[in-house]
Ligand binder design. Structure first.
Ligand code: ADP
Ligand code: MG
Length: 563
């Protein structure tokens, strides 16, 4: 017997397609606010959006007579004819979002002095509301009647960072709109209306903006514009933000076209914010109800336009002053001392003698060490020299060792961090006399929130200082001042992307990878000695956690044979 499905079931099936997770609901709701011409959108969520998603906008509002209709399937004020499906001046056009969300949640809509409450898509209350400008929508208990879907959700911080990612994408495409996003009452993102550059700065961090080059290109009627990171910086954030007709999209072809433009400059994973405009009949966004995927009628033209656009930007544009200059200046002053003892020293109370000289920003570790150290008699460190600012050469027994300084330091840090995390002890931290402010890009703040305890165990002491800014009061004892902020951001980025399932191992790895002294860094004799003796005191000093060789050994016999 054939039965026609009731609307409530159809809506729930549609919800499965359109509303995969809380972030998809946020995307739909914010797009509705944008369609309504809002210039201010406030988003707040509780428990990763599962308990509550609330959107307050100052858009055109919903007509009191239309409020109930708005949650009906295929109810839209935006699509009139089938041919409109191919035009895309507004974000929504299927009238599916609100009905889908309503069918799996408890939804409150307030606009024009009216409040309507729905449960599973059914109107349960209608009355007066104090809200007269714009629209306020609250989604309570998303998936309350779709428990299977709810089971598939990740933990709250993962969901709230997905929501943030989705808001950031919409915010980049709508720089004239003010955005605010709070998760569990903590402000995670706030951006005033402004230029695209200021928007990117709010989303990805001010330091990112300084390495951006402008993209502007037109080819085959395809306009490409935006910003990409310059070719001489190592960016590891491989997150291309791609927009078509100012709508965020995901497209592997375009990502590839961007990456290929960097190929001549070596191994890059650039930051890219790329907008595309092209004639409406040359693409189709109707592939998936969530409207993220796009088909182009001429893939090769799109690929070529994007590739040329980025290529051109990298060749021509004048570079903005790079932050590496600032880092260079900073690195000159402090000295890095990778001495065994440091790890045992809790240097919090230490008052360096040079306190009066603001130039000396470091809590003078050398002073500290000379006060506290007892010469390490058991393993006399060999004399070392450095080659190419990257390799340490020294004698051990009757052999010559050539040590990769970066890899060696990475392994040392990894072993120590792992031990500290596993035993629950904190790594030693040095207090900063002049605390450094670090701007944590908005996209990383949920990771920071989730990893707060681990970060402290690793020796970073942070205090909130404005929306996306944190004050670094203490940093891991072995880190050079001035690179600690960078190491912390790198740690968060890696922690976000890492697939490592062992949490201790993952954190230790991300920490070591970002904190180890890099190749090309000049080391003092003392620093080299410390690395060598630390390395040789490890049980397995031969390779990094990833299995890369750390040193080369040549015995005296080998050397004789060479002659
Ligand atoms: P669509 O956006 O595809 O039209 P939705 O289900 O998302 O469908 O929304 C249904 C209708 O509800 C919209 O067409 C619009 O008229 C109205 N609406 C929803 N959200 C808002 C809002 N924030 N401001 C004004 N109108 C809205
Ligand atoms: Mg919509």
């Amino acid at each position: 017997m054939i039965q026609v499905l009731p609307d409530s079931v159809i809506n729930q099936i549609a919800a499965g397609e359109v509303i995969e997770r809380p972030s998809s609901a946020v995307k739909e709701l914010v797009e509705n606010s944008l369609d309504a011409g809002a210039t201010q959108i406030k988003i707040s969520v509780r428990k990763g959006g599962k308990d509550l998603i609330k959107i307050i906008d100052n858009g055109s509002g919903i007509d009191p007579d239309d409020i109930e209709k708005s949650v009906l399937r295929h109810a839209t004020s935006k699509l009139r004819e089938a041919s409109d499906l191919f035009k895309l001046s507004t974000n929504g056009f299927r009238g599916e979002a609100l009905s889908s969300i309503a069918s799996i949640s408890k939804l409150d809509i307030e606009s024009n002095g009216i409040r309507a409450e729905f449960e599973g898509g059914v109107l349960t209350y209608k009355g007066d509301s104090a809200i007269t400008t714009g629209t306020t929508i609250a989604v309570n208990d998303l998936f309350f009647n779709a428990p299977v879907r709810a089971d598939f959700l990740k933990n709250d911080s993962v969901e709230s960072s997905r929501i943030l990612d989705c808001i950031v994408r919409l915010a980049m495409a709508n720089e004239n709109v003010r955005f605010e996003y709070r998760a569990d009452n903590r402000m995670l993102f706030c951006s005033e209306k402004g230029s695209l550059q200021s928007r990117i700065s709010d989303c990805l961090g001010a330091s990112v903006v300084r390495i951006l080059k402008e993209v502007q290109w037109e080819e085959f009627g395809i306009k490409v514009w935006g910003f990409v990171s310059s070719s001489d910086t190592e960016g590891k954030r491989n997150i291309p933000y791609i927009f078509l007709q100012k709508r965020p999209i995901y497209n592997a072809l375009i990502a590839k076209a961007i990456n290929q433009a960097y190929a001549p400059y070596g191994d890059h994973s650039p930051i890219a914010v790329i907008f595309l405009d092209m004639p409406l009949e040359t693409f189709d966004v109707n592939v998936h109800p969530a409207k993220r995927e796009v088909r182009f009628s001429r893939d090769s033209a799109v690929f070529s336009a994007v590739n040329h656009a980025v290529h051109n930007a990298l060749q021509n544009a004048i570079s903005y002053p790079s932050i590496s200059i600032v880092n260079e200046l900073r690195e000159k002053a402090p000295s890095y001392v990778a001495d065994n003892r440091e790890w045992r020293v809790e240097s919090y109370s230490a008052k360096p003698s040079s306190e009066l000289f603001p130039d000396d920003r470091i809590v003078s570790l050398s002073t500290l060490n000379s006060q506290l150290s007892t010469p390490n008699i058991s393993t006399p460190s060999p004399d070392c020299m450095q080659i190419g600012k990257s390799y340490i050469v020294c004698e051990q027994g009757q052999s010559m060792l050539i040590i990769d300084q970066h890899r060696a330091h990475k392994l040392i840090l990894f072993e120590r961090a792992l031990q500290a995390l596993q035993s629950g002890e904190n790594l030693a931290s040095q207090e900063l006399l002049f605390p450094e402010n670090v701007e944590i890009p908005a996209v990383l703040s949920p990771i920071l929130d989730a990893q707060k305890d681990e970060i402290k165990k690793l020796g970073f002491y942070l205090e909130p200082f404005g929306v996306n800014t944190w004050r670094l009061r203490g940093i891991p004892a072995h880190l050079r001042i001035g690179v600690a902020g960078k190491a912390l951001i790198g740690f968060l980025e890696d922690a976000r992307e890492s697939r490592e399932s062992d949490l201790f191992r993952k954190n230790a790895l991300c920490f070591a990878n970002n904190s180890a002294i890099s190749s090309g860094t000049e080391l003092s004799a003392q620093e080299m000695k410390a690395i060598v003796s630390d390395l040789l005191s490890l049980q397995n000093p031969y390779e990094t956690p990833k299995g890369e060789a750390i040193f080369m050994k040549m015995s005296i016999e080998d050397i004789k044979r060479k002659f």
